[in-house]
Design a protein around this ligand. Structure first.
Ligand code: NAP
Length: 493
């Protein structure tokens, strides 16, 4: 894993360009106690930066700034908000190489995947630049003809956003874009493992002309103690969280104090259901994307493969051939397809889930072990004959591991797919139109990739049912999360 001196200089340059302080009320400043949090490169374990460590008082200052800015921002011209978002979109697009390198350094994914995330993240700013000027209402006549009903939409108010490490920029722009478009102000807290991309976004929004206090960014080592006072503060009107179901559940409880509006983008356990009438080549291609995008560290990652018995062995062999051949390494290196997992804890969890399945009778077709040496690398792994009680069928793996199970009938496949408390996404491969519609209707999920291995798209409503979440991000639906409906009743003029 050698880095050339030119490569090292480029890395240093993108890291140096990131502001490392808190961004509160348009001012970059240290945390009140002057403490910092280290950020590591998961491929090497080296510390690559240190960012400010906010105290609860710093967080409350950020909320005060968002609250103060809301007074003017709520009445700003939609076209001005749209123009700021558009400029930020263009700036991100122009700087995508540097932003991708930064993302790979803090999160580990291969550069090509970081570039794809940068484009995806920017697309939310472009989409909501276009939505900002299309916020509408209704004007209707009372059913008795005796009056008029006017319905208007107004910004919710100051928002609190908490985002995860796995998509360090896109999980932020999915919230920040529609909130700015709607006229909301916000405090954003990225994950401490990957704060750098979000700090760069704050800088880009500042350069794009976003007024002080509209978007405040804080970084902290202790997210619980720093965020709880904000969630319980009456000035906050909305909480949007992307992360694990476990943390989301506790945040919903905290949000109950102020009866906050909440959006929750939580964990997944996506089934990949492959019927014997599907195009097997296309299914293997789709499985590679659904499983290996983001090193398997995606809420949308295919967590288990339910495959029709006649094609199960063939599918598993072909998947193992493809996954077993992937190049593992530091995400900055040429041709690398599989980067490190985010930290030692995640690596241990993946290894433990595989050991559990193997101990219960699963067979390893490829991988099944860590990579020796520094960094949190795990080999892409395909398991077959996975028994029903293996933990990885019910728990989110969040790593490059594909368990394959055979099914005998459509009913059995659907029952297995739905046998989870999660309901984010499912992938279905079939050549039959009637079956496709039947299965899509019966799956208990918010999104389905039908004969394709990816669903993410700024123009579409992303989100889950059951314990995968509440609300939608993206598309025309995404801005509604930041708008309150007000209705005015008036007599006939
Ligand atoms: P996580 O542990 O739940 O953390 C998510 C965010 O919450 C981080 O910023 C974290 O900060 C913060 N946090 C943790 N405990 C908190 C608390 N008590 N109070 C306030 N904030 C708290 O999740 P993760 O490991 O970062 O991300 C992986 C999870 O996110 C997976 O379950 C994945 O499925 C889910 N996810 C869902 C979607 C979706 O759209 N549905 C998208 C991406 C990821 P610190 O880490 O700094 O403590």
């Amino acid at each position: 894993m050698s880095t050339t001196s030119a490569g090292a200089a480029a890395e240093r340059a993108v890291l140096d360009a990131v502001p490392k302080q808190l961004f509160i009320g348009g001012v970059w400043r240290d945390g009140a106690e002057g403490a910092t949090v280290d950020v590591e490169d998961p491929a090497t374990g080296d510390t690559i930066a240190a960012v400010a460590d906010a105290t609860p008082d710093d967080a409350l200052d950020a909320l005060a700034a968002a609250h103060e800015a809301f007074g003017e921002w709520r009445d700003s011209a939609p076209r001005d908000r749209a123009d700021i978002l558009r400029r930020a979109y263009e700036a991100i697009t122009e700087r995508s190489d540097d932003l991708a390198l930064l993302m790979t350094l803090e999160m580990g994914k291969p550069l090509a995947e970081s570039k794809a995330e940068i484009a995806y993240a920017a697309s939310f700013l472009r989409w909501y630049a276009e939505e900002a000027v299309r916020i509408d209402g209704r004007f209707t006549t009372h059913e008795a003809g005796s009056g008029r009903l006017l319905t208007m939409k107004q910004p919710v108010g100051p928002c609190v956003f908490i985002t995860p490490w796995n998509f360090p920029l896109a999980m932020g722009t999915r919230k920040v874009g529609p909130a700015i478009a709607a006229g909301c102000t916000m405090v954003v807290k990225p994950a401490k493992l990957t704060p750098l991309s979000m700090l760069m976004l704050a800088k880009i929004l500042e350069e794009a002309g976003l007024p002080a206090g509209v978007c405040n960014v804080i970084t902290a080592s202790s997210s619980g103690s720093v965020m709880e006072p904000l969630i319980k503060d009456p000035r906050t009107r909305k909480l949007s969280f992307t992360g694990s179901t476990e943390v989301g559940r506790s945040l919903i409880a905290q949000a109950a104090d102020q009866v906050l509006r909440v959006s929750m983008e939580l964990g997944g356990n996506a089934p990949f259901v492959l019927f014997e009438d599907a195009d097997l080549d296309a299914a293997v291609d789709g499985a590679m994307v659904a499983k290996m995008r983001n090193i398997g560290e995606a809420c949308t990652a295919a967590n288990r493969f339910h495959v029709a018995a006649p094609v199960a062995a063939d599918f598993a062999d072909r998947l193992a051939e493809r996954m077993g051949a992937m190049k593992i390494g530091r995400g900055t290196e040429e041709g690398v397809e599989v980067g490190p997992l985010i930290d030692a804890e995640q690596l241990d969890k993946v290894a433990e889930l595989v050991e559990d399945a193997v101990a219960k009778g699963a067979r390893v077709l490829c991988g099944g072990e860590r990579v020796d040496g520094p960094g949190n690398f795990y080999k892409p792994t395909v398991l077959t004959d996975v028994p029903a009680d293996a933990r990885l069928l019910t728990e989110e793996i969040f790593g490059p591991v594909a368990p394959v199970r055979a099914f005998a009938s459509e009913d059995e496949a659907i029952a297995a797919a739905n046998d989870t408390e999660f309901g984010l996404v499912a992938y279905v491969y079939t050549g039959g139109l009637a079956r496709a519609l039947r299965v899509c209707e019966r799956l208990e999920v918010g999104m389905i990739g039908l004969n394709q291995g990816m669903v993410s798209n700024a123009g579409a409503p992303f989100g889950g049912v059951k314990q995968s979440g509440i609300g939608r991000e993206g598309g025309p639906e995404g801005i509604e999360e930041y708008l309150e409906i007000k209705y005015v009743a008036m007599p006939t003029p």
